[in-house]
Design a protein around this ligand. Structure first.
Ligand code: HEM
Length: 414
């Protein structure tokens, strides 16, 4: 097989904290589509010796759209862990739809997508439009005397959290608790947050139990929200309350971390490409949000497990092998994107794979995410049209997220 140099691991949180390895991806795409990385997956009871790295756009799409060959059943989100993860943990993860295969996945997906119809997203948009503006105004009011503030914690974090709370009908008074749990669950690879596996797991269980109680209450006494719809009557067409609990966990991570980082990277891209920001303020192109997601690719990679021996990109893949789809690489594939290294908010068409490669797991929240990105940059262009970058962003340490945890900006011309 095409072997990666010893010690080079695309899911190494230290590597991803310092940079996304675009030069390496570029060389790999040119040389061979699929590579073997000798880095154990770190799941006890699995004798993974390493994993396959899929770098080209066409191959990432191929793997995504063939669930019968590439299963999602064994933890799709993280290839390896800093420390060994137990079998139990993997089994719990199977309750989350991201880690299900058809037919279970099909059943759950059919139910939950009722919450994401164009109509549901439009009604959320109305609820969030004023919220977006007030988030930006509040950040401005809270800026230091010299006009500086952290964009991530004052702006990027807020709208995705509010959107999910709104989506699942969390009453205003409970939102701080929800925010706290979902923050604890995510990004525990980063030692700065000092989140141990226990704290993360505890937060997850508290969120599940909160969501289950909410489900039980709505079942008893239905309201007009999505929870009521999803859990309404007993029976096949609805979610059980524990299924709903795990769905909320998924929403908390899948909807928050990703969108927050798209917004932070988007702001950073605008601040470092002032001509694009001028263009945005003038024309507000509809193609902007998709380019921000391509540019940021918040989810660097997800993975599958081969269900049988097969060939991919000229390589012999064995049943049980882990196959990593590197969206970050696919989104910079010059076979598909003209000048992929250019941040171009008018890029059209833009068939990026930031929301997945188009298979059954394709991001359920895509239109919600695009709407949130549009709302927040519109509000920023109106309220803070002349932001300025102060220093470099601080990157998140993570095995799979392209994250920014601090982005200092200023409202004054310094
Ligand atoms: C799945 C990215 C926002 C909910 C996914 C996948 C990716 C992704 C890469 C996996 C696709 C696959 O395996 O084929 C993103 C990005 C976002 C974003 C980059 C923001 C820019 C959201 C939001 C929500 C959401 C706002 C919900 C509120 C989900 C769910 C799944 C998913 C539920 C699992 C779908 C399934 O397993 O069938 N997302 N996402 N995402 N996303 Fe998103």
């Amino acid at each position: 097989p095409h072997l990666l140099p010893e010690g080079f691991d695309f899911t190494d949180p230290d590597l991803l904290q310092s940079r996304i390895p675009q030069p390496e991806f570029a060389r790999m795409r040119e040389t061979a589509p699929v590579w073997w990385c000798t880095q154990p997956a770190g799941i006890s009871g699995f004798d993974d010796e390493g994993y396959w790295v899929v770098t080209r756009h066409a191959d990432v799409k191929y793997v995504s759209t063939r669930p019968e060959l590439f299963s999602s059943n064994t933890n799709t989100a993280v290839i390896r862990f800093n420390e060994t993860i137990s079998r139990d943990q993997i089994d719990v993860q199977k309750l989350i739809m991201l880690n299900m295969d058809p037919p279970e996945h099909t059943r759950v997906r059919q139910i939950v997508q009722r919450g994401f119809t164009p109509r549901a997203v439009r009604s959320l948009e109305q609820a969030l439009r004023d919220r977006a503006r007030s988030i930006v105004e509040t950040a401005l009011a809270a800026a230091d005397d010299d006009g500086s503030f952290d964009f991530v914690n004052n702006i990027a974090v807020e709208l995705p959290l509010q959107a999910i709370a709104e989506l699942i009908g969390v009453p205003q008074e409970d939102r701080t608790r929800i925010f706290d749990w979902s923050n604890k669950m995510a990004s525990y690879d980063d030692p700065e947050y000092a989140i141990t596996e226990e704290i993360g797991a505890e937060a997850a269980m508290e969120l599940v139990s909160y969501a289950m109680n909410l489900a039980a209450a709505r079942k008893e006494c239905p309201a007009k929200d999505i929870v009521s719809q999803l859990v309404a009557a007993e029976g096949e067409g609805n979610l059980l309350s524990d299924e709903f609990g795990f769905f909320v966990i998924l929403l908390a991570v899948a909807g928050n971390e990703t969108t927050r980082n798209a917004i932070s990277h988007g702001m950073h891209a605008f601040l470092t490409h002032p001509e694009q920001w001028e263009l945005y303020k003038r024309e507000r192109p509809e193609t902007t949000a998709e380019e921000i997601v391509r540019w940021a690719t918040p989810v660097v990679s997800f993975q599958r497990t081969a269900t049988q021996d097969l060939e991919l990109g000229g390589q012999q893949i064995k049943k049980g092998d882990r196959v990593g789809m590197f969206y970050s690489s696919a989104n910079n594939d010059p076979e598909v994107f003209e000048n992929p290294e250019k941040f171009d908010i008018t890029r059209d068409p833009n068939p990026h794979l930031g929301f997945g490669g188009g298979g059954p797991h394709f991001c359920l929240g895509k239109s919600l995410a695009v709407m949130e990105i549009d709302l927040i940059f519109n509000a920023i262009a109106d309220v803070l049209p002349d932001l300025r970058l102060v220093g470099d962003p601080r990157r998140l340490r993570s095995a799979w997220l392209n994250g920014i945890k601090q982005l200092q900006v200023s409202t004054t011309s310094g």
